[in-house]
Design a protein around this ligand. Structure first.
Ligand code: GAL
Length: 449
C-alpha cells in the first residue's frame, strides 16, 4: 500500500500522480477539501468563489417537502418485515412471531447494544399486527393474543427506552397480507395511531381499486396525520404502486410523504440488492433531485446481518444506502447478529454520510467494464464516493480513476484529503486535482469474506 502526502500543494506544475491503494470490495471514500479543513484558507478568493458557486448550485429550490418538520435526515431504525414477515404462529414459534414480545426484545437491544446511540431510533411494526376485525367503534385493534398490552402499551414501553414506535396500515381495502385496510377510515385511523403514541406510519398500497383511490388516499392520510397534532413520520409506497399505471408525480409525493418506496420489496439476496441499485441508477434523473431534508427515496430495508449476502455484499449495501441518502431501516435479528455485521451497521463515519445535513442524494457517476462509481455531495464541500466491482467471476480488480472526474470536477480543487471508510477505515492521504486514484475492489461473488 502506498499513501502519499504532499505538503506543498498548489505550487509548481500540475503533477499527475498515480496512487496505489490496496483496498477491497464495495469501497467507500470520503473526500474533503484539504485547503479548508487541514491547512487553513490559502486562496480565500478562490475558495469563496467555489463556496458561493456551490451554494448556488446545491440550493436550487427542490420541490416543497411535507411540512411536518420530520425526517430532516433519513429515518433510522428497525422494521420487522424482511426478517420476520407475517409469522403469526406464536404457539409454534414464540421467538419469531409478530408479537409485542419480539418488539420489546428489539427495543431493549436497541437501547443496550449501542443502536440508539448511533441513531437507530424508530422501532417499526410492519404488516400482520392487527386483529382480523375493527372494534365496535370502527377502530383498528391489535391482535389481543400477540399484543396483550395493545399498541399503546407497547408504545409506552418503546418510549421508555428513548425510542420511537412505527406502525403499518394500508391505503386500500385490505393490507397486503389481508388485514383490515384503512379505506374509508383514514381519519379514524390517524387519530387512533396518534392516541396510541405512534411516531411513524408506513402506509402500504395493496387492494386499491383505482389511481384516484391511491392518490387521494395517500394525500388524505397525510393531512389526517397532520391534523392529529402529533409528530408522525409518513412513509409511503405511493410511487411503487403508481408506476403500474404511469410515472408518478414526485413533486406531489414529496409534498405529502417523508419517504417513499419506488421499487420492489428487498429480499435477503444479492440479486435483490442489484435490482434495487439498477432501478435507482436507471431512474436517477427522475428521483435524485427530488430527495432532500423532509423527503427521501426509500430503496427499502437493510438486510445486513441476515443469511443471503456475503460480507462484500453487505459492505456494498451499507455503502450504497449511505450514498443514496436512504432511510436506514434494518430488518434483522438484533438478538443474534454477528459482531462484524453489527460493526458495519454501527459505523459512525458511514452513518454520518447517510445523515449528512446537506441532504443531497448521490447518483451513479459511471459504469464501465462491470465497475460502478457512485458519488454524493456532502456538506462543507466534501464528497463521498463508492465503487463496486459487479463482476461475479475472478478475484479483486484494480481500477484507476482520475480525481478530476469526481464531484463534477470540484471534489478536489486544488487538492484534498481522501479517507477510505469501507471496508476498513484508512487515511489515503493527500491528493491533487491532477492525481489518479488507484484502488483494488473485491468481486461481489458469494463466499468472499
Ligand atoms: C408489501 C410491502 C412490504 C411489506 C408487505 C407487508 O407490499 O412493500 O414492505 O410491508 O407488503 O404485507
Amino acid at each position: 500500500m502506498t499513501s502519499l502526502f504532499n505538503n506543498s500543494p498548489g505550487i509548481g506544475p500540475p503533477l499527475r500522480l498515480s496512487l496505489k491503494a490496496q483496498v477491497t470490495d464495495g469501497n467507500l471514500y470520503c473526500i474533503t477539501v484539504a485547503m479548508k479543513r487541514e491547512r487553513g484558507i490559502q486562496q480565500p478568493g478562490f475558495l469563496l468563489a467555489l463556496h458561493f458557486l456551490a451554494l448556488i448550485v446545491w440550493s436550487l429550490p427542490g420541490a416543497r417537502a411535507l411540512d411536518n418538520g420530520l425526517a430532516m435526515t433519513p429515518t433510522m431504525g428497525w422494521l420487522h418485515w424482511e426478517r420476520f414477515m407475517c409469522n403469526v404462529d406464536c404457539q409454534e414459534e414464540p421467538d419469531s412471531c409478530v408479537s409485542e414480545k419480539l418488539f420489546m426484545q428489539m427495543a431493549e437491544l436497541m437501547e443496550s447494544d449501542g443502536w440508539k446511540d448511533v441513531g437507530y431510533e424508530y422501532l417499526c411494526i410492519d404488516d400482520c399486527w392487527m386483529a382480523p376485525k375493527r372494534d365496535s367503534k370502527g377502530r383498528l385493534q391489535a391482535d389481543p393474543k400477540r399484543f396483550p398490552s395493545g399498541i399503546q402499551g407497547l408504545a409506552n414501553y418503546v418510549h421508555s427506552k428513548g425510542l420511537k414506535l412505527g406502525i403499518y396500515a394500508d391505503v386500500g381495502n385490505k393490507t397486503c397480507a389481508g388485514f383490515p385496510g384503512s379505506f374509508g377510515y383514514y381519519d379514524i385511523d390517524a387519530k387512533t395511531f396518534a392516541d396510541w403514541g405512534v411516531d411513524l406510519l408506513k402506509f402500504d398500497g395493496c387492494h386499491c381499486d383505482s389511481i384516484e383511490h391511491l392518490e387521494n388516499g395517500y394525500k388524505h392520510m397525510s393531512l389526517a396525520l397532520n391534523r392529529t397534532g402529533r409528530s408522525i413520520v409518513y412513509s409511503c409506497e405511493w410511487p411503487l404502486y403508481m408506476w403500474r399505471f404511469h410515472e408518478p408525480n414526485y413533486t406531489a409525493i414529496r409534498q405529502y410523504c417523508n419517504h417513499w418506496r419506488n421499487f420492489d420489496d428487498v429480499c435477503d439476496s444479492w440479486q435483490s440488492i442489484k435490482n434495487i441499485l439498477d432501478w435507482t441508477s436507471s431512474n436517477q434523473k427522475r428521483i435524485v433531485d427530488i430527495a432532500g431534508p423532509g423527503g427521501w427515496n426509500d430503496p427499502d430495508m437493510l438486510v445486513i446481518g441476515n443469511f443471503g449476502l456475503s460480507w462484500d455484499q453487505q459492505v456494498t449495501q451499507m455503502a450504497l444506502w449511505a450514498i443514496m441518502a436512504a432511510p436506514l431501516l434494518m430488518s434483522n435479528d438484533l438478538r443474534y447478529i454477528s459482531p462484524q455485521a453489527k460493526a458495519l451497521l454501527q459505523d459512525k463515519d458511514v452513518i454520518a454520510i447517510n445523515q449528512d445535513p446537506l441532504g443531497k442524494q448521490g447518483y451513479r457517476l459511471r459504469k464501465e467494464d462491470n465497475i460502478e462509481v457512485w458519488e454524493r455531495p456532502l456538506s462543507e464541500l466534501a464528497w463521498a464516493v463508492a465503487m463496486v466491482n459487479l463482476q461475479e467471476i475472478g478475484g479483486p480488480r484494480f481500477y484507476t480513476i482520475s480525481i478530476a472526474s469526481l464531484g463534477q470536477g470540484m471534489a478536489c480543487i486544488p487538492d484534498c484529503i481522501i479517507t477510505q471508510l469501507l471496508p476498513v477505515k484508512r487515511k489515503l492521504g493527500f491528493y491533487q486535482w491532477t492525481s489518479d486514484l488507484k484502488v483494488q475492489i473485491n468481486p461481489t461473488a458469494k463466499g468472499v469474506s
